[in-house]
Write a protein that binds this ligand. Structure first.
Ligand SMILES: Cc1cc2nc3c(=O)[nH]c(=O)nc-3n(C[C@H](O)[C@H](O)[C@H](O)COP(=O)(O)OP(=O)(O)OC[C@H]3O[C@@H](n4cnc5c(N)ncnc54)[C@H](O)[C@@H]3O)c2cc1C
Length: 456
């Protein structure tokens, strides 16, 4: 870091209420950690804004000093950020205010709010937002990147339930973008992620669903082929009220895993069904008829949705990736089993999309729909026994084995390695995004997890 920048950063600290942390600070190594502990974030400094005013000051500082800006909200997709230019990392974990308007069914969340607290705040009013599997993803990062929730087949992508965005643009203005004001910026943010400005808060639509019929069925992994084949046939019969995924899990022999699962491997079916127990039970009857060893499916509050997938509560070191699929055929199933079972990988999942996920609308943002019917994601833990390179090799080996069903399209939130941005958006939307980027961020100071081009 140059002396000049050090002096300027000291100046920034005097202008904002939050902390500015530099590499000489004893808190540096902890501060630069992402949620994935295998990621090496290399900013020039880290800013912890306490308010939108602090964010404005940080953006003005960056513009004035030709420094880029990157973001950690929940920090779940930090591995793809490029640090090849001097970059200030904004960590929004001190901006966690939530306001629920139950009458208008909307929530305003500040930039650092995580999924579980929002689910609980909305749930207190019998409402839910379109929440994914993890309790601790950042709501803003998740929603700006698309947002595949447990209800995506019924209500579409979470990004298209954003009602307004409060955002600081590269010229240091705090604006409120919605359908009527700054409509291009509003359109771009809904799916285009952090490429266009520093978001300080978003307003999201809430849905009057207090309970779902949800949970998981577990079978020993030896039954993987039979169960996944049955699930694949079954998904063709279900209505949009039903979201489900098929999954293989190889639990490590670790103390934090429940005793009955520790060191064991399973094939799972997980679901969330909008409707009552009678409706849900009749829908899943063919899957239940396969006689699972463990059955957790019951009526459950939507505040507990993140329990279903058992995503980790705390940061972990892992390597993973995924892509959208044209189909999940019998051959894809046997290929998956051959490559996954006995490998050091922990997890592979196949989510069933379709329904509202694939329905476009003029009122939507830059990611209007996802047309492919399935999406996969796999990961392994990085540890002393399995290095980053070894685990990445296993992930790539498995995904390469599935390339026949790779649609060539990527879903930004599930892309944990840099991807060609043209694979995320339709051609027309990609071109429009680049025009809006040039208009709102001509010097390319905002470094999103996925850039719109290498020359930004
Ligand atoms: C265990 C796990 C489970 C997951 N489950 C799901 C799921 O069910 N469905 C799904 O769709 N995705 C899921 N994801 C992916 C997740 O949605 C993405 O990783 C998402 O980017 C996480 O947001 P974040 O704030 O936690 O990440 P971050 O790394 O903090 O942010 C990701 C990106 O969002 C943008 N961003 C964040 N904050 C701001 C801001 N204040 N201003 C401007 N831009 C900002 C930036 O481009 C940033 O690089 C999961 C990920 C993990 C690790």
């Amino acid at each position: 870091m140059s002396t000049f920048l050090a002096d300027e950063l000291t100046g920034l600290q005097t202008q904002i209420a939050g902390d500015v942390i530099t590499p000489t600070d004893v808190r540096w190594d902890h501060a630069r950690q992402a949620w994935n502990l295998d990621v090496d974030q290399r900013p020039v400094a880290i800013v912890y804004p306490e308010s939108a005013d602090d964010v404005v000051a940080a953006v003005r500082f960056a513009t004035a000093n030709a420094v880029c800006i990157a973001f950690n909200g929940g920090g779940h997709n930090a591995g793809t950020i490029s640090w090849d230019r001097p970059t200030l990392l904004i960590k929004t974990e001190h901006m966690r205010a939530i306001t629920i308007d139950p009458d208008r069914r909307r929530a305003r969340v500040e930039a650092g709010v995580l999924a579980k607290p929002l689910a609980q705040a909305a749930g207190a009013h019998g409402l839910t937002f379109l929440e994914g599997t993890s309790p601790n993803v950042g709501v803003v990062g998740y929603a700006l990147g698309g947002g595949l929730s447990w209800m995506v087949r019924k209500f579409g992508l979470c990004c298209n339930t954003i009602l307004s965005v409060e955002v600081v643009t590269a010229d240091g203005r705090l604006v409120r973008a919605d359908h009527a004001t700054e409509p291009d910026l509003f359109w771009a943010l809904r799916g285009g992620s952090g490429n266009f400005g520093a978001v300080t808060a978003i307003e999201l639509e809430l849905f009057p669903i207090a309970e779902v019929y949800g949970g998981a069925l577990f079978w020993p992994i030896e039954r993987a082929e039979e169960v996944l084949l049955a699930w694949r046939s079954w998904v063709d019969t279900v209505p949009d009220e039903c979201f489900s995924l098929g999954r293989l899990l190889q639990f490590p022999d670790a103390a934090e895993i429940p005793q009955e699962m520790r060191g064991r491997s399973f094939v799972l079916f997980e679901t969330a069904i909008i409707g009552d127990a009678e409706f849900g039970a009749s829908l899943i009857a063919p899957m239940r008829a396969l006689g699972p060893e463990i059955d957790t499916i019951e009526m459950m509050p939507t505040t507990e949705l993140t329990r279903i997938n058992m995503d980790p509560n705390a940061p972990v070191a892992y390597a993973g990736d995924g892509f959208l699929m044209t189909d999940f055929t019998a051959k894809a199933i046997t290929t998956t089993i051959d490559l996954f079972v006995g490998s050091p990988l922990v997890h592979i999942e196949f989510r069933h999309l379709g329904g509202a996920a694939a329905r476009r609308s003029e009122s939507h943002g830059a990611l209007s729909s996802i047309d492919d019917p399935f999406i996969t994601f796999t990961f392994g833990l990085v540890s002393a026994a399995n290095s980053h390179d070894d685990t990445t090799h296993q992930v790539n080996r498995l995904l390469d084995g599935l390339r026949e069903w790779n649609s060539g399209h990527r879903y930004l939130n599930f892309a944990e390695t840099p991807v060609d941005p043209r694979s995320i958006f339709t051609d027309g939307n990609y071109d429009r995004l680049r025009q809006i980027k040039a208009q709102y961020d001509p010097h390319g100071i905002f470094q999103a997890n996925h850039r719109l081009s290498q020359d930004q």
